[in-house]
Design a protein around this ligand. Sequence first.
Ligand code: DHB
Ligand code: MG
Length: 226
Amino acid sequence: MDGYFDAVLGDEDPALAAAAQAHIGFDLPDIGVSRAQGKLLHLLALVQRAERILEIGTFGGYSSIWLARALPPGGRLVTIEWERSFAEAAAGHLERAKVADRVEQKVGRAQDILPELAKSADQPFDLVFIDANKPDTPEYFDWALTLSRPGGVIVVDNVVLGGAVVDADNPDGGVRGMRRFHEKVAAEPRVSATTIQTVGAKGYDGFTLAVILPDPDTRSQTPDLP
Ligand code: DHB
Ligand code: MG
C-alpha cells in the first residue's frame, strides 16, 4: 500500500530518496520514517505554521528534510543526534536537500543538549518530533514540554512497537519506555493527546500527537450532556 501511495502521490525528490537509503551504509534495518509519515510531519508543521522545530533523533536526516521544508523563510530546525556517524551522513543529505542553512545539527547526548537548549534563544519551539532511543522517551517528552510554547505540538514515533506496548510484562526497554510515556501523557494536565496506530512499509507501529493546551482548563472537551 505504501508503494502504491508513494507512486500515485509521489513527491519524494532525489535528495529525500538518498536520505531514505541512509540505513544501508550503516548496515542497519530501515529505521527512518516512511515517505507517508515524513509527509505527515511536513503537513503537521505547515498546519502548525511552525517557525521553530526541534527533532530528537536525526539519524540520516530523512524526517529532518521533510520538517525543514515546511519552515517559512527565517525558520529553524534544531536536530539532535547522539551517533556522530549518523549526524555526518545527515549533514550531507541536508546539504543535498538544500535545507542545511535552516537546520542546526547538535551532536551528543540529548540529556545534555536539552538543558542547554532551555537556556538558548532557539526555544520555545512550535513543534517537537521525538524519534530517538526509545527507553528515554518519557524524559524527552518532559523536555519537549519545557521547551515548547503554549499551543505547541509534540509528535512521538514508535509508540506501538508492533503491538508490544499493551504487554505490561514485556521486559524490553523500549516497550517499558513507551508504556511509561503514555502514563506520563495521561497524568499531564498541560497536554491533550492521542495515539494512532500505523501500518505500512515500516511495519506495525504508531505515533502519538500531543498538543500543549494554552489553558489547562480546556483539557476536558466532553460537553455536558443532558
Ligand atoms: C526502528 C524503527 C524506528 O522508527 C526507530 O525510530 C527506531 C528503530 C526499528 O524498526 O527498529
Ligand atoms: Mg522512529
